[in-house]
Design a protein around this ligand. Structure first.
Ligand SMILES: [Fe+2]
Length: 385
């Protein structure tokens, strides 16, 4: 028999200024030298300096790798693993958005196993448990990667994004690290978190645990994303959004996501548009597609979004209401349409086969054939203009 599996084993240190505790917590793990993995934007915002200062204060030696890029590739992972080897590191610290944290996770596997990233990432779906500690410090309120087992890595030679699953050690969640996040990234990453929460609640593997965290995340995002977007220094909004993204990470860790993220992956590979944007643009129609199959779940999401219901709505009606609500939120945070970005309808529908073939589509309660995917992509294009 199949029983749902809840995995909430990652400790989370949370609070304004929590980055100051990073060094002591790493020291408690018994680690001597850290490799800090991040992107240049994190460095430019002065965030990596805060992490390094905390390590220094605790007497933990460190080396740095600042070569993370958006949609990190296997070559970036291999370079980070080589940097750890050269430095004699015994712990990885990923600091940044999903790209930095996923690079740290995958690099720790490459470091410990001695394998090239491509070798183990292409052997999907695969879980590789490791002994090397991995500490994760998010600097956006979106990915939730600090508490999920998954690392998503691009393999350019097969033109795709692939997943590897592993264990991590600790998350340090400091809302102050998001205070300088630009408005566009605030909007994109916040909607990515909403996609994690609501897709998790509507995969074939949704469960009471994903409902609990998914609902809480959805309520917070519905209330606070617009405020975090329009008032970037609103401390309460930043704190609530960081918690929301973290809760959404817990929500999707086991049930994963479905066709919204499958579409987003196809857009990422083809257009290199940001993951959060791709998830946002795909989400309303992805939820409208599956709502008739899971009307009870759709009702939970609609209520969490604050939609007034009379209790007699069909799954189809609930799906339409949810899609309208999310599209309004997207307008509120000035998400551009695919047309505004210069893509034609046929650019989008041409990705149907990739969407249908993506492993995330297997978690959709509606079977995603090429035809279903093509119709979905057409609606994604048409309904948000
Ligand atoms: Fe995502």
């Amino acid at each position: 028999m199949n029983y749902p599996e809840f995995n909430v084993s990652v400790p989370v240190v949370f609070g304004r200024g929590a980055i100051a505790a990073l060094g002591e917590r790493v020291k408690e793990l018994g680690c001597k030298k850290a490799l800090c993995v991040y992107e240049k934007g994190v460095e430019g915002a002065g965030i990596s300096d805060k992490a390094l200062a905390s390590l220094k204060a605790a007497g933990v030696e460190y080396a740095t790798f600042n070569g993370v890029i958006s949609d990190p590739t296997d070559a970036v992972v291999d370079a980070a693993a080589a940097a750890a080897k050269a430095a004699g590191a015994d712990v990885f610290i990923g600091i940044g958005g999903g790209s930095s944290m996923d690079t740290a996770k995958a690099a720790a596997i490459a470091f410990e196993t001695g394998k090239a990233a491509k070798e183990f990432i292409l052997a999907r779906p695969i879980t590789i448990n490791i002994k090397t500690p991995v500490v994760l410090v998010p600097t956006t309120a979106g990915t939730g990667s600090e508490v999920t087992a998954v690392a998503i890595i691009s393999i350019p030679e097969v033109n795709g994004k692939w997943s590897v699953f592993t264990n991590t050690t600790l998350a340090v969640l400091d809302p102050e690290l998001t205070f300088t996040l630009p408005k566009r990234e605030t909007a994109n990453t916040g909607l990515d978190a909403l996609a994690h929460a609501t897709e998790a609640m509507t995969t074939i593997n949704h469960n009471i645990h994903s409902d609990l965290f998914g609902e809480a995340a959805t309520r917070k995002i519905a209330k606070w994303l617009k405020i975090a977007y329009s008032e970037p220094s609103n401390t309460e909004a930043r704190t609530e959004m960081m918690l929301a993204a973290n809760f959404a990470g817990f929500a999707f860790n086991n049930p994963i996501t479905h066709v919204g993220h499958a579409s987003a992956d196809a857009f990422s590979v083809k257009f290199h548009t940001p993951h959060g944007y791709n998830c946002a643009i795909s989400l309303p129609e992805a939820l409208a597609l599956v709502a008739p199959e899971l009307p009870g779940q759709a009702k939970l999401i609609a209520e969490a979004l604050g939609i007034k219901l009379n209790g007699s709505e069909s799954g189809e009606k609930l799906g339409a209401l949810i899609a309208d609500n999310i599209r309004q939120l997207m307008r509120d945070v000035e998400i551009k349409s695919l047309k505004e970005l210069g893509y034609s309808r046929s650019d989008i529908t041409a990705l149907a086969h990739e969407v249908a073939q993506n492993h995330l589509s297997d978690f959709s309660p509606v079977k995603i054939t090429d035809e279903v995917a093509e119709a979905l992509l057409g609606r994604i294009y048409d309904t948000y203009q």
